[in-house]
Design a protein around this ligand. Structure first.
Ligand code: HEC
Length: 121
């Protein structure tokens, strides 16, 4: 009984994340702790005072990389740098404890964020 309840809560959580994810605009993808959560580690234009400095600033990153490279960084940066500390948002390969049994972001969400980053010139 208790297990069924826990499973139901877990299922509802996954469903609500997905519903939330579909509706989200690019700023939500970048800010939300349930989605990209990029500003925890990166500085973004127009987000002064809210973001972390663990990772390189993304101001000007649109000049540094083309669209495919930006998608790769978000999807799975291990392809570009095997020792990277950037989490893979589009892959669960090789992860021992993925948050859920699916990548954090969908391909559509990754494409949306990459298009946004491309405008940071
Ligand atoms: C847990 C911290 C963390 C989070 C969250 C995170 N990143 Fe990163 N990111 C990093 C680190 C660390 C690097 C540098 C890694 C390296 O050089 O291999 C990096 C590198 C990058 C780069 C390449 C930057 C450059 O100048 O070369 C891009 C682009 C990027 N991240 C985009 C994103 C986006 C978009 C998100 C949200 C979907 C995100 N990151 C979330 C830690 C993070």
């Amino acid at each position: 009984m208790k297990l069924k309840f826990i499973f139901l809560v877990y299922l509802l959580q996954i469903l609500s994340i997905n519903v939330f994810a579909q509706e989200s605009d690019v700023k939500t993808l970048i800010r939300s702790p349930l989605l990209g959560n990029c500003i925890t580690c990166h500085q973004f234009p127009g987000e002064a005072g809210k973001q972390g400095n663990f990772a390189p600033s993304l101001i000007g990153v649109g000049k540094k990389y083309n669209l495919d490279q930006l998608k790769q960084w978000i999807s799975d940066a291990r392809v570009l740098n095997p020792n990277t500390l950037m989490p893979p948002f589009g892959s669960i390969n090789g992860l021992s404890q993925p948050m859920v049994n699916q990548p954090v972001l969908t391909i559509e969400q990754i494409n949306k964020i990459a298009l946004e980053l491309k405008t940071y010139n």
